[in-house]
Design a protein around this ligand. Structure first.
Ligand SMILES: Cc1ncc(COP(=O)(O)O)c(C=O)c1O
Length: 386
């Protein structure tokens, strides 16, 4: 085993694909400290800046006095608290579904849905660029899985021709490494005309998109009830941790009874549930955060277009810069770091071969000066970009 692992690691190193963890010495924020050096952070998913919002910290401090730090057990034993219940009720009410259930992470939510609800008579049809947790859940599911070309409705339609008990289309609402949106109105029409179900993973849309932050469906003015399974995470725009699935009562009860990644794991601590509740309140009470984020996205795009940077087609907070080669992506990322800017290079296997990129993410708390600094630094590296 050791020889095999060492040779795999060496191979990864030789291909410029080895990952290194950054160790933050500060909290997650627009400006962070790594190795005693100060950086402007363009790599977090904390789109509204809630992870560092003072009210989140205050909520945690008062909740920890009441509940302590841990949850002590899984939900079906004695780990389920009133805070979990209230959060589930508030999430369901906010998105407009009958019920919601919390999972300990988004990975576990997606995995739990796809491995517990479908059997070998069913068909999962997934976008090729769906998040790894959906793809892994699909692979582990008893159901047959087919994939369609990214956001390609013809390709999707072809996969839906199969005659099976249940067909379920699975898509990210916002694609995590590309920042583009799934064409949900068209996908929904295809789902309805082919008697298929639809699951949307809105990890990067929830809290951010739509007038009131309800996510991708609100953005497209689609009724929540038309989507069968809605999943979103709480560790991104909400600024906390965990995830939930929302939908009809039957769906939620089935997950509680059958999803092994729900049943056989420790519940997120009640203090984290309390913090998530605060995050959800802030999403509703501070809409100016979404406006700041939108302003920052527009400003970044305007400057990037003026500088003719090869941005990918995205209107969301995820604004990747396509570099293609992994070694070039690392070089630019390092050069930006030397200028106090943190932009992580995303390489295969996270993204397809020859599509390494700098995944720039904007947040509500970036200033114009931060964005100008980033654009200037990228411009000075433009010769490295093909
Ligand atoms: C689209 C998408 N789905 C699911 C997840 C997993 O969520 P979590 O980090 O809560 O496990 C992520 C990212 O982490 C994601 O980007």
């Amino acid at each position: 085993m050791w020889n095999k692992l060492e040779s795999r690691l060496k191979q990864r190193q030789a291909q410029d694909l080895i990952r290194q963890r950054l160790t933050l010495e500060s909290g997650q924020d627009t400006e962070v400290s790594v190795n005693a050096t100060h950086y402007v952070n363009f790599s977090s998913n904390d789109y509204l800046g809630l992870a560092s919002h003072p009210k989140m910290a205050e909520t945690m401090i008062s909740a920890v006095k009441r509940y302590g730090p841990g949850s002590g057990a899984s939900h079906l034993v004695v780990g389920h608290s009133k805070e979990h219940n209230l959060l589930e009720e508030e999430l369901a009410e906010f998105v407009g579904t009958e019920r919601a259930v919390l999972f300990s992470s988004g990975f576990m939510a997606n995995y739990g849905v796809l491995t517990s609800l479908f059997d070998r008579k069913d068909l999962l049809v997934q976008d090729k660029l769906n998040h790894a947790s959906l793809i892994d859940g699909g692979r582990a599911s008893e159901a047959k899985m087919l994939r369609y070309a990214h956001n390609d409705l013809n390709s999707l339609q072809r996969q839906l021709k199969h005659q099976v008990d249940t067909k379920i289309i699975v898509t990210d609402g916002v694609f995590s490494m590309d920042g583009d949106l799934a064409p949900l109105p068209e996908i929904l029409s295809l789902a309805e005309s082919s008697q298929s179900q639809l699951m949307v993973d809105d990890a990067h849309g929830f809290g951010v998109l739509g007038e009131s932050g309800k996510g991708s469906l609100e953005y497209f003015e689609l009724e929540q009830g038309r989507v069968d399974i809605y999943m979103a995470t709480l560790g991104k725009a909400i600024g906390g941790y965990g995830a939930f699935v929302a939908g009809k009562s039957t769906l939620i009860e089935a997950l509680i009874q059958f999803a092994r990644s729900y049943i056989y794991t420790t519940a997120i601590p009640p203090v984290v549930a309390a913090v998530n509740r605060e995050g959800l309140r802030l999403v509703q009470s501070e809409p100016e955060l979404r406006q700041n984020l939108q302003d920052n996205i527009q400003y970044f795009k305007q400057l990037a277009e003026e500088a003719r940077l090869p941005l990918m087609p995205s209107d969301t907070a995820i604004q990747p810069l396509m570099v293609k080669k992994s070694d070039a992506a690392i070089r630019i990322s390092q050069s930006l770091r030397d200028r106090g800017l943190l932009v992580v290079a995303i390489r295969p296997p996270t993204v397809p071969e020859n599509t390494a990129r700098l995944r720039i993410t904007l947040t509500a708390n970036h200033t114009k000066a931060h964005i100008e600094q980033l654009i200037e630094a990228i411009k000075d590296n433009i010769q490295v970009i093909p």
